[in-house]
Design a protein around this ligand. Structure first.
Ligand SMILES: *Cc1c(COP(=O)(O)O)cnc(C)c1O
Length: 473
């Protein structure tokens, strides 16, 4: 590689790590920074400069390589390295079960219980009445049976795990019949055919993308058919000339041939959301009543609890699933159990405790309530005296998200921010890079925040972020 004289000079100017370490001692900001962090930050800044020089970027000057500038760059790097990677954010997207932003928020009860269990010993696997070893699964089994009406229940790490474990236990090296209209991909690489293959189950597709009939299932039944599987179309919908077989009909067919029926509900809910003005999603209780032998669903979608995979159904099948050694690899941890039990307890009295579960509260907020929150936020922002800022109340729509209620959009209210001299994209970036990041969206060249997913105590933080952005600009 041929380097110019200027490039060679610049390369020689790059200091050694030890030199900068000494230099850093003169700045109190580095006092409490672990040496490992400091050294990595120094190396990365120096390496960046080395690349810039080698690429011969013309705008590089001698001043860029001054001690002061290097230290500044290293300070920024250290600040980033010292900040926690996993951090709270403000969800102003209006997507309630936002997969990228942590899906469901826990209820206050769930958070309190999680804290108590995290900070003390617990009866996780200890039967207090007998004074001997107990099972961690028993913590939520009774309440799951009580709410769902099922004979038995079991929980694992997430619903993907629940589906995998069920298939591995019940259908390894045997055939599983699934409608072609239900071979779904959930995103994040969960695809029914792939999970089936990994579990050892042999996929037997029947019907067509838009229409599958009972006789399609019946004609496909063979001596080694282990399971009839129904998968809830969580994140898409087939409309038009369509036909699918009801769970009841599948259960009757299964009974005739003595083949168990499994249903993957995805975003399982215990509440008939159509009672609250949302679209109808099948409830877990309905699937139990229809006679499904095993039903799997997530803990952190419409249920509004922690990440978990829940299985309810017939005792004999769940016994086999519990005894599967793979179970141990998908084991639910005590913090999740603590949060899950508290979440489930709300469902004993859900008509009164709907609002305790943030996911359900946000999904069922009245438009008037959202509008009044939007007005509060707009007023707070209008109080910032800066002529560059204009604040708009706007009509928008939110989505349930999380692979639930795919066709539903919910009318909502938002606040739009326009800052003269700063593009909508730049506003979005500034808000996203606030110390408590604010994630909104851009609609028609306007940065907007949907009030459906904003918590009351987040409004002053948003005001602070906007003030900070204006000060910097
Ligand atoms: C979301 C979903 C899954 C995966 O559940 P996780 O809890 O994300 O592991 C599986 N099946 C269906 C139908 C889903 O909607």
């Amino acid at each position: 590689m041929n380097l110019s004289g200027k490039q060679q000079t610049f390369l020689r100017m790059l200091p050694a790590v030890d030199y900068i370490l000494e230099l850093a001692k003169t700045d109190s900001l580095f006092d409490n920074v672990p040496k490992s962090v400091l050294v990595r930050s120094i190396r990365s800044v120096v390496e960046n400069f080395r690349m810039t020089i080698i690429e011969d970027q013309q705008d590089l000057t001698e001043a860029d390589l001054s001690d002061a500038n290097l230290l500044n760059k290293i300070k920024n790097r250290v600040k980033i390295a010292m900040a926690p990677m996993l951090t709270r954010v403000i969800n102003a997207t209006g997507v309630v079960v936002h997969t990228n932003l942590g899906r469901s928020l826990l209820s206050d009860d769930a958070v309190q219980n999680l804290l108590a269990i995290a900070s003390g010993y617990s009866n996780l696997e200890f039967d207090l009445s007998k004074g001997m070893r107990g099972s961690r699964y028993s913590i939520v089994e009774n309440i799951l049976c009580e709410i769902s009406g099922a004979e038995a229940a079991m929980v694992v790490n997430n619903n993907a795990g629940a589906v995998f474990l069920s298939l591995e236990t019940l259908a390894k090296d045997k055939k599983v019949i699934v409608s072609r209209g239900e071979l779904v991909e959930i995103g994040g690489s969960f695809r029914i055919p792939d999970v089936m293959a990994k579990s050892g189950g042999i996929l037997r597709e029947v019907g067509t993308t838009n229409r599958t009939h009972l006789k399609d299932y019946e004609n496909a039944i063979e001596h080694d058919t282990a399971l009839l599987l129904k998968v809830h179309k969580s994140n898409y919908s087939v409309v038009g000339f369509t036909a699918e077989v009801s769970l009841e009909a599948l259960v009757a067919l299964g009974a005739k041939y003595k083949i168990p029926v499994m249903e993957d509900l995805g975003s399982g809910t215990f509440v008939d959301l159509s009672k609250y003005g949302l679209l109808k999603e099948p409830t877990v209780q309905e699937s139990v009543k229809a006679g499904a032998d095993i039903i799997t669903f997530s803990g952190d979608k419409l249920l509004g609890g922690p990440q978990a995979g829940i299985m309810v159904g017939k005792n004999d099948l769940l016994m086999k699933i519990k005894e599967n050694p793979i179970n141990r690899a998908l084991r639910i941890d005590k913090l999740t159990l603590a949060a899950l039990e508290s979440t489930l307890r709300h469902y004993r009295n859900i008509d009164r405790e709907m609002d305790s579960i943030p996911t359900l509260r946000m999904l069922t907020l009245s438009l008037a309530h959202i509008e009044s929150k939007a007005k509060t936020l707009a007023k707070m922002l209008e109080n910032i005296s800066d002529t560059r800022l204009s604040v708009d109340l706007i009509d928008t729509s939110s989505r349930p998200g999380g692979g639930s209620l795919p066709l539903l959009t919910l009318p909502s209210k938002g606040v739009g921010l326009n800052v003269r001299g700063i593009s909508a994209n730049a506003v979005e970036e500034q808000m996203r890079n606030h110390e408590l990041p604010i994630i909104g969206r851009i609609e028609e060249d306007l940065f907007i925040m949907d009030l459906r997913t904003l918590l009351d105590d987040e409004l002053p933080i948003i005001k602070h972020a906007v003030e900070h952005m204006l000060k910097k600009a």
